[in-house]
Design a protein around this ligand. Structure first.
Ligand SMILES: Nc1nc2c(ncn2[C@@H]2O[C@H](COP(=O)(O)OP(=O)(O)OP(=O)(O)O)[C@@H](O)[C@H]2O)c(=O)[nH]1
Ligand SMILES: [Mg+2]
Ligand SMILES: [Zn+2]
Length: 359
């Protein structure tokens, strides 16, 4: 990789002093500040594999890092997307090279404050989440899709819907598009097979995702990696067939990885930022993980919020599940809220309600 740092007169490294950072409760920053050899470089984690982290600094130098033990002690897992301060040796600093002889040429000292962090996919500091749902094979589930959307909404991440494999079932593709467009989402329809919708999505990414961190997410086999390969021909991500017996993906992608947009879109000027491919899943377990609380749920459905701004439910503590005089149920009846979205709401409501009762 080209070394931008060596020739850069504006080279600035951040000093390790009194940052509001994650994972430094038992770590004395003073010790580092007194010693010039401990000057730190700010970088972004782009990949994590079995305890090692690939990170990239703003001059595009890449380093392989391990993390300080303090993170494990504090039960904080550095995630792809994390902005970190790393400590690298003088030799590695000038070489800026991911594959040093011993396979490790830096240490993550600090994780800078996060804007957000997701459990699934495991990523930090996301601005946009492309939620992929295939028209068929695997058969589309609006419930799983809505679970993912609500998690994004709760974390102030903009969800963008992509209906993939549009070549397989036009009717199903139209149905899904209609649901999400009606709720106010930006929706794309693509087929990697016959290359439809690719240029629209590409020009959206080139404009809207610059200088941001975004990610693809969705069930295994929905076609995320195939779509990334189609959009960005410089990638050659592994893709996999579905299990014929159960019509599900086989979890081909194993790790979440951020790709720098400047490498994917070489013709776009000043294209900073990242886009990630992530491992697919078959379910999102609200009983095991605390994504958000029951009382947050109605606000994670953007079209519910709109209805409630203009109409009041009869009862102040309306759960929007079955009450007479519920503005949401009324909106579902007259077609202002898609039935499928309310169904997803009911399913998540029931899981969170039971969990709540138990606590
Ligand atoms: N007909 C059709 N098949 C597609 C399309 N996109 C992907 N596929 C097929 O779907 C299968 C799964 O694709 P992947 O890209 O590996 O899916 P994924 O979402 O990355 O799966 P995981 O990595 O397991 O999460 C492969 O056999 C692809 O060839 C498409 O647009 N049309
Ligand atoms: Mg994949
Ligand atoms: Zn209500």
């Amino acid at each position: 990789m080209k070394n931008y740092r060596k020739n850069n007169p504006n080279l600035s490294r951040q000093k390790n002093c009194n940052e509001n950072t994650i994972g430094q409760s038992n770590y004395s920053g003073n010790e580092a500040c007194n010693d010039k050899s401990y000057e730190l470089i700010q970088a972004t984690i782009i990949r994590s594999i079995s305890g090692k982290f690939a990170v990239m600094d703003k001059y595009k130098n890449q380093y392989s890092c391990s993390a300080r033990g303090i993170f494990r002690y504090d039960k904080i897992k550095p995630l792809p997307g994390d902005k970190v301060l790393i400590n690298v040796s003088e030799r590695d600093r000038t070489e800026g090279n991911l594959s040093s002889d011993d396979g490790s040429n830096g240490i993550i000292e600090k994780i800078l404050p996060r804007k957000n962090a997701l459990i699934r996919p495991p990523l930090a500091n996301l601005d946009k989440l492309f939620v992929i749902i295939s028209s068929a094979y695997p058969s589309p589930s609006t419930t799983i899709t809505d679970k993912l959307i609500t998690i994004a909404e709760f974390n102030m991440i903009e969800p963008i819907i992509i209906v993939s494999k549009a070549d397989l079932d036009e009717k199903s593709s139209d149905r899904i598009k209609k649901i999400y467009r009606q709720c106010g989402f930006t929706v794309f329809e693509t087929s990697s097979e016959n290359k439809t919708g690719i240029s629209d999505l590409l020009s959206y990414i080139s404009q809207a995702c610059r200088n941001e961190t975004s990610s693809f997410a969705g069930v295994s086999g929905a076609g995320k990696s195939t779509l990334m390969n189609t959009l960005f021909p410089s990638l050659s991500l592994e893709t996999g067939k579905l299990s014929e017996k159960i019509g599900r993906g086989k979890n081909t992608t194993r790790v979440s990885e951020l790709f720098p947009l400047y490498t994917l879109l070489p013709t776009v000027n000043n294209c900073e930022g990242f886009i990630a491919d992530t491992p697919g899943f078959s379910m999102i377990d609200f009983t095991r993980f605390d994504f958000y609380k029951l009382e947050d749920l109605p606000y994670t459905f953007r079209e519910f919020k709109l209805v409630l701004e203009n109409n009041k439910c009869l009862y102040k503590n309306c759960t929007h599940t079955k009450e007479d005089g519920c503005a949401i149920i009324e909106a579902v009846k007259n077609g202002d809220i898609p039935q499928e979205r309310h169904q997803s709401y009911l399913e998540i409501y029931s899981v969170l309600k039971n969990k709540h009762d138990w606590d």
